[in-house]
Design a protein around this ligand. Structure first.
Ligand code: PLP
Length: 479
């Protein structure tokens, strides 16, 4: 074959550098094992349990009926005549369709999304926070990922080869490290404190910032609250300190709040960055802030329909114009995802026919997740050599594992990081697919993994027992 035009040597090096562990080599192997099992291969297990990704429906969570009714009508307006679909679902769908060009969900929307839905998002934020929100600051996006990447793109400008720096938590959700690598930005990691339930320490933020200042131009600070993979929920006073820190150093704030509905632990409450900056008043309420929400998480779990929004406040109007121009080149986010977001921000109200069922379904999902969060933590903490912080929110646990020296040597001999080695052994022996801590970042010399809490309760129980057995045997083998 002739020399190809694009080769590994001449292609975009930033794409080579980027990594996304949540769908990395372990998942590729897990999928291969599934195929081997289907082809009749004999293994110590019959099925693969994918606890690697926050994809609730993939793990058996049922969709919320109201959301599916609205989306179904949007796709098939003749369902408006279906007597089994309640009137409020029909009404929402009519509103969405009225906002669609030509009255069809199949048409392009405005690049920032359907205006009526943007207005409902702003009203939702006002109800949530008790402060004004302008619909013109709302941009609908195909999942929060797209919104985050679109805004982060605005940060790229190297001054005399000094890169802009983006502060991200370690451990982090690898969308951030991947995007930073792809956009050739400088990653400034600040460690979350495992000994205080993954607390966000101001001294650590300061350390990370000061060290990075010598090599980059720190420009933005990302906070994930509730945390992925750490499951921590930030107290209000902590958020206030972070805001002051960002203000003093002139940093653009990225508030990743996709898990705002997923708070389980007693005494924990979600506080949005927008609310806290608003409560603090000027100059903090004048800071540039982008906050993100998604329909993939919460009680909805509609990951594949790709809906989300960004609320972006206090942008320089000239920058905002450029930002809107940049998203216009992608035409529009998926209109189905927008319809889902409409249901999230404008759910059935008391007195409407779908209200009770909607509330019951939402509560059932969130209660079950809270139960599973507890079950995961209690089990891991009962296994010698494992310790796990309370899962206060989100959908993950990030336990620490103590690995024997001989296991670390075996990993080295296999050319793998110790936690990667552990995760592969777990997969090959039990069919459980998790993501090693390396994919998220961790304090040097410590080893972790992330598991979701998403397998349904019976499966989760079995998975945790298998996990305990595997860990005990693994440690014994390398003692
Ligand atoms: C912290 C965080 N932010 C953003 C996302 C992106 O979600 P989506 O693009 O599906 O909205 C995820 C997905 O897991 C996440 O965990």
């Amino acid at each position: 074959m002739e020399q190809r035009v694009v080769t590994l040597e001449n292609m975009n090096p930033h794409v080579i550098k980027m990594e996304y562990a949540v769908r990395g080599p372990l998942v590729i192997r897990a999928t291969a094992i599934e195929k081997e099992l289907q082809a009749g291969a004999q293994k110590p297990f019959q099925t693969v349990t994918k606890a690697n990704i926050g994809d609730a429906h993939a793990m058996g969570q049922k969709p919320i009926t109201f959301i599916r009714q609205v989306v179904s009508i949007c796709l098939m307006p003749s369902l408006l005549d279906d007597p089994s679909i309640p009137d409020d679902a029909k009404q929402r769908a009519r509103e969405v369709l009225a906002g669609c060009k030509g009255g069809s969900i199949g048409s392009y929307s405005d690049s920032a999304g359907i205006e009526a839905i943007r207005r409902h998002v702003a009203q939702y934020i006002e109800r949530r926070d008790g402060f004004p929100s302008s619909w013109e600051n709302i941009v609908l996006c195909a999942g929060a990922s797209e919104g985050i990447r679109g805004m982060m793109k605005m940060m790229i400008k190297h001054d005399n080869s000094i890169k802009p720096g983006v502060m991200i938590p370690i451990p982090q959700y690898p969308l951030y490290s991947a995007t930073i690598a792809e956009f050739d930005l400088h990653q400034i990691g600040y460690y979350l404190n495992e000994s205080t339930n993954w607390g966000l320490d101001m001294a650590e933020l300061e350390r990370a910032y000061n060290e990075a200042k010598a090599v980059c131009n720190p420009k933005a600070l990302v906070v994930i609250n509730p945390g992925n993979p750490t499951g921590n929920v930030l107290p209000r006073e902590n958020i206030e300190s972070v805001i002051k820190f960002a203000h003093e150093r002139n940093l653009f704030l990225f508030a990743d709040e996709v898990y705002q509905d997923n708070v389980y632990a007693e005494g924990c409450k979600f506080h949005s960055f927008k609310k806290v900056t608003s409560e603090m008043g000027p100059p903090y309420s004048e800071m540039e802030l982008a906050s993100f929400m998604s329909c993939s998480k919460g009680y909805m779990g509609e990951c594949g329909l790709r809906g989300g929004y960004a609320e972006i406040v206090n942008l320089d109007p000239r920058v905002k114009a450029m930002y809107l121009k940049s998203i216009s080149a992608k035409l529009c986010p998926t209109t189905l995802g927008q319809a889902v977001m409409e249901c999230v921000v404008n759910p059935p109200q008391e007195g409407e026919p779908s209200y009770e069922q909607f509330q019951a379904e939402k509560k059932a999902v969130l209660d079950s997740l809270a139960g599973r969060a507890k079950m995961v933590v209690e089990t891991f903490n009962s296994v010698p050599g494992m310790s796990c912080n309370i899962v206060q929110g989100a959908m993950y646990a990030f336990p620490q594992i103590k690995l024997p020296e001989k296991a670390i040597e075996a990993a080295k001999a296999a050319g793998q990081a110790p936690d990667v080695y552990y995760a592969f052994q777990l997969l090959e022996n039990t069919g459980i697919c998790i993501v090693p801590g390396t994919g998220f970042g961790q304090c040097p010399g410590t080893y972790h993994f992330r598991t979701t809490i998403l397998p349904q309760p019976a499966l989760l129980k079995t998975m945790l027992e298998k996990f305990r057995e595997f860990h005990t045997k693994f440690v014994e083998r390398y003692q």
